[in-house]
Design a protein around this ligand. Sequence first.
Ligand code: 26Q
Length: 812
Amino acid sequence: MTTLPIETGQKERRRPPSLGDMIVRHLVYSVGKDQAHAVTRDWCVALSLAIRDRMVDGWMTTTRRIYKSGQKRVYYLSMEFMIGRLLEDALSNMELTEEARAFFDERGLDLGEVLTSEPDPALGNGGLGRLAACFMDSMATVGVAGIGYGIRYEHGIFRQSFQDGWQLEEPEDWLVGGNAWEFERTEVVHPVNFGGYVSSDANGKPVWNPSERIMAAAFDTPIAGWKGQHVNTLRLWSARPAEVLNLSQFNQGDFVAAARQQIVAESITKVLYPGDHTPEGRELRLKQEVFFTSASLQDIVHRFLLNHENLEKLGDHVAIQLNDTHPAIAVPELVRLLEDVHGMDFRKAFDVARACLHYTNHTLLPEALERWPLELFERCLPRHMQIIRAIDDIATAEVLAAGKGIDPNVVRAIDPHYGGFVRMGNLAFIGSSHVNGVSALHTELMKKTVFKDLHTVYPDRILNQTNGITPRRWLLECNPRLSGLITETIGDGWVADLEQLKALEPYAEDAAFRERFRRVKADNKERLSVYVQEQLGVKLDPTALFDIQIKRIHEYKRQLLNILETMALYNAMKANPNGEWQPRVKIFAGKAAPSYTLAKLIIKLINDVADKINNDSALGDMLKVVFLPNYNVSSAEIIIPAADLSEQISTAGFEASGTGNMKFALNGALTIGTLDGANVEILEHVGEDNIYIFGMEAEEVAQLQSGGYQPWVRVGETPRLQDVVTQISSGFFSHGDTERFAGIVDNVLAHDYFLVAPDFDSYWSTQRWIDKDFRDQNVWQRKAVLNTANMGWFSADRTIRGYAKDIWNALP
Ligand code: 26Q
């Protein structure tokens, strides 16, 4: 932790130092550089430390206020926090941006460069992790007493690059060079145990004798809300060995054995698991889940006991939100802490745990629902296994008491089939007082599909909380031009009350305003074009329609549909070079899980198609395709403000919500999308004239997927698609290599589980309709303004108030 050098003069001590003074002092005394020798990154660290100092006062007052008022505490447990760079966010929320800019201007330095020299902590895979980060910002803004708990991964998600168009994964190193934001809490350390066996004491009470112990060490990052009034904490756990060094082994010369413990322990928080659909490295992943969940629960219980006699009323004062099933071990672990450590009887312990816990589901994909083999669970967590069995007995009794004719075996957490599994979704559901989906459609589908039986038994448990995004990062900071125009037009109240954007609606009819709105977009497209040129050496025409799909690469998200349509468009342009084509730039970005072969092949296909099209000089600037490497929060902040068109084209019923869709529409992009996830609600808010909806609906999808669909027949009936598939097979996009994309061709013709072929024609014609609308910028900008004006409801502040009211009972 950093302290400022103490000034001796009395006067000096009373006057609070200016931000500039604080930056310079940190540069000298914390970074150890003088101004003449400081490099950009040194300035970044000095500025971060100065801002962090400013946050600390608010942090302590917030903590004292919450402590005094007894305000209900909310704990958000998440395996992922995709926080992105923190400095710009902190400056902006603390309203210190202009002061910092002036300081650097005076020295001939550029604040923007200082900000981008901060590494981007990418401690997540995608939407779920970014949602957790948006929630941290909104909890602090709304005034919820929230603590985020997660893992301080040494390496976040891999850095993506391309080699000959193929994805390469390299380790990412965000902690090299230190992390200016965090405070290591050396006094906060909790043991987490694994393995061993369970015996019983003299009274017949179970006693767990674990065989392995790993320590969880706390690192705190302050999170200031808008205007810095309320400052919450993100506490991330780092693994440490229980014994620092085996000195006797070391002294006997066995250095490797002596260090072994440390390596094994630290491996727990080494890397984020990049797979967001395939289960890999199973045992380590399970241990990560247990590690951070147990440490967080011990911390919560410890804090509660600082000012309560016992734990009986825990549920009145504490709400714990489980971000998907990754922390679902919280159910038996909290019961274990209450029963084994704090002497509560089992039934009471379960009731107290259930009163505290709430579970958010983020996926209906069967392969993404966590299931752990009983053998593994039993070996790592023998005591938890006993508790889960006892919880299952409660569930069985409740199923029977409900009298709805449901078989208890489909509800219980333990699935005895195929050698036995623990179904984490069932466990989380049984052990929670609320279970929520993340969009209206997703929540309805939860009730009808994965949780149908549980919903029948517990009909009041499932509720919806449609996702949202923080307008601070996703409009105010990433799009200064647009936020400037908005503030000039309607004032700055929208930053903390996004529904005020509605006041922009009349301006959609104002030609002068539309022109200013268009110029903002044009400037942002210039900025993105510069970035693309730097990254890929491809020159873009900023007046072309920027059509953007950025998200994890997954079959259900259908990047394949997009690139197949791009190829068909290319063919059509080639066939009619003098046609009145709307120039387009197709922009892709996103990472594929390293073990997801087909997703990686789709990346290669997009890169090969880009190569072919971008080098076809006959086409000029009519069509360009780019795949930007290493998509992350920082690149999203450049890409999203520059979009004309946002691609949200998942197979209906598969995208739980989406949040990228909200970021684009808020920044004035129009959406081409299916009736999936939150697209449905975006349609309701922006109106059907201002969004391009195409394709099958979730019910039709389910019906087609349930049998009888013959993709090869469908492709044959879709000539543009048939041509493209034939071209791919013939090596047209792969320098004559007819084998390279066989996996994709086979997928489209023989399987097509995500129904690219049936949606192709409707996607194509919607795109042509978009071409036409874009040509009339009066029409287009009107729709664009109406998107921004009507997206206020999608603020994460609204979402957080919803959770606080309906789930946590913690409205500030
Ligand atoms: C599970 C087991 C083993 C290894 C990895 C995982 C794993 C990791 C990450 C499973 C799922 C995830 C991430 C899921 C995710 O990001 N879901 C997205 O959540 C968003 C926020 O609610 C939604 O908007 C998206 O629709 C949803 O796909």
